[in-house]
Design a binder for this molecule. Structure first.
Ligand SMILES: Cc1ncc(COP(=O)(O)O)c(C=O)c1O
Length: 458
């Protein structure tokens, strides 16, 4: 076992700046969660520096700080060890850093592991695009998006989501958010100023709809997904839903509910906005096909690269019922003439060359291992708590024991340097307490340490 294995460190988690603070915090957390017990010998600084590809000075400085805190002791000839009695001042992530501030550990959002972004492949594809782009490619693009990307997406969606549409029907958007914003504005144009939204649901999406529309009506979600009887009773004709993996409860819409939802849309002459945000990550079986494939004239399907490549790209897509498409394109044209063309051309290359496919495979494996680690840590450290939902996505909803105050737990976690969101933050109406834990960006050891801290708070 190498020194970094012993400490369960993954250098890919380290920030490019502030590595000393990062390493110091990691060792502190390892002591706090007893990964490192009193008397254990830490690796020599030269060895650890080599394994992590850090400069030796970073490790020496981290050891020096921890020695000053009393967490490490150095004996001539016996190397550096964890102190027998850990002083109270050495609690994890609580100490103000003398030189660099430690960022809170973000386990609050369902982000992917952004350290896995395929930088080299992106650069290569960008070079190829720049070497071959025509003058026309560098002019004003079609507001629907560049044809090469829409063609690549048509194949991608057919293979992966069971959606069969010609490229002309695909609109490239600024992520799911851009698609929702266009949709809400087009709804308003058509006199549809009220929208149903799942309760609980993603607050970001809700804020966008709330900005453009007059009213959002919460529709409860249970273990089968959105409650169709409540949807019918709400009187809305448009609903935003996450059928493949409900956010945040993690349930998949049951086959019966899928049929009932489509039947509801037919009955009220309505539209279902299908937010297909993380369907690439299903760990127990192949993902279910998109709802769009079952009722193309009732579904506005939206998705993005935010969970597969990076939210910063702001690239997503939308497939709307034919009767909506022209209005959506006109609105996109009138807003900004469409998305920037160069990143779209790069993405088309990445799809065409199989890079995106490999990236999804690689990330699915990594995220699955992290989910397993988080579930195991919840079992070990959060007794009386329950993991909800299917094995999928980038987040887990954990139900807390009855009577717990999830907002209070989240507040106390923040003071321990852990940013986690309470389930109540996603709800319209009060309900059982829970936490929503995002595991994508973090190593198994880090997740275990953070969840152990949550356990202590509970
Ligand atoms: C439910 C849900 N939908 C969509 C998104 C992605 O939005 P965007 O594509 O605008 O980045 C997120 C991001 O966290 C999300 O949680």
């Amino acid at each position: 076992m190498t020194g970094s294995d012993f400490l369960r460190l993954d250098p890919r988690d380290a920030p490019s700046r502030g590595r000393t603070a990062w390493l110091t915090a990691q060792i502190r957390a390892a002591v706090a969660d007893t990964t490192l017990s009193a008397g254990a010998r830490v690796p020599p600084s030269r060895e650890l520096a080599e394994e992590l590809s850090f400069s030796r000075g970073v490790v020496v400085e981290a050891y020096r700080r921890l020695t000053e805190e009393g967490l490490l002791v150095t004996n001539r000839g016996a190397g550096t060890r964890i102190a027998q009695v850990v002083p109270p001042a050495a609690q994890p992530l609580r100490l103000p850093e003398p030189l660099e501030a430690v960022e809170p550990l973000q386990i609050s959002e369902g982000a992917p592991d952004l350290s896995a972004f395929p930088r080299a492949a992106w650069l290569q594809a960008e070079r190829r695009v720049l070497a071959t782009a025509t003058a026309r490619d560098l002019g004003y693009a079609d507001p629907r998006g560049v044809p090469a990307l829409r063609e690549a997406l048509a194949g991608w969606l057919a293979r992966r989501r069971g959606i069969h549409v010609p490229p002309e029907r695909i609109l490239v958007t600024a992520g799911v958010t851009g698609a929702l914003s266009l949709t809400a504005q087009t709804m308003r144009e058509r006199g549809l100023t009220t929208c149903g939204v799942e309760d609980p649901s993603a607050d970001g999406n809700r804020r966008i709809l709330d900005y453009w529309l007059d009213e959002l009506r919460p529709i409860p979600v249970d273990h089968e997904g959105i409650d169709i009887a409540a949807l019918q009773a709400s009187g809305v004709r448009v609903v935003l839903t996450t059928p493949a993996h409900q956010f945040p409860t993690g349930v998949a819409l049951s086959p019966t509910r899928r049929r009932e939802l489509i039947a509801w849309a037919e009955r009220v002459d309505g539209v279902i906005i299908e937010d297909d945000y993380d369907s690439e990550y299903r760990y127990d079986r192949a993902p279910v096909p998109a709802l769009q494939a079952s009722a193309p004239e009732r579904i506005l399907h939206i998705s993005s690269l935010s969970k597969v490549l990076a939210p910063a790209l702001r690239i997503g897509w939308m497939i709307a019922p034919e009767s909506w498409t022209d209005d959506l394109i006109r609105r996109r044209w009138a807003t900004d003439l469409g998305s920037p063309a160069l990143p779209q051309l790069v993405l088309a290359e990445l799809i065409g060359s199989g890079v995106l496919e490999r990236q999804v495979r690689r990330l699915r494996l990594r995220h699955r291992q992290r989910r397993d680690a988080a579930v195991a840590a919840i079992r070990d450290h959060l007794p009386g708590c329950r993991v909800e939902g299917i094995a999928a996505g980038l987040h887990i909803q954990v139900m807390l024991p009855e009577g717990a105050d999830d907002a209070d737990v989240a507040r106390r976690a923040a003071s321990e340097g852990i940013a986690v969101k309470p389930l109540s933050a996603y709800r319209f109406s009060p309900g059982p307490p829970g936490l929503v834990i995002g595991y994508g960006p973090h190593s198994s050891a880090r997740l275990a340490a953070a969840i152990a801290t949550l356990g202590r708070l509970l």
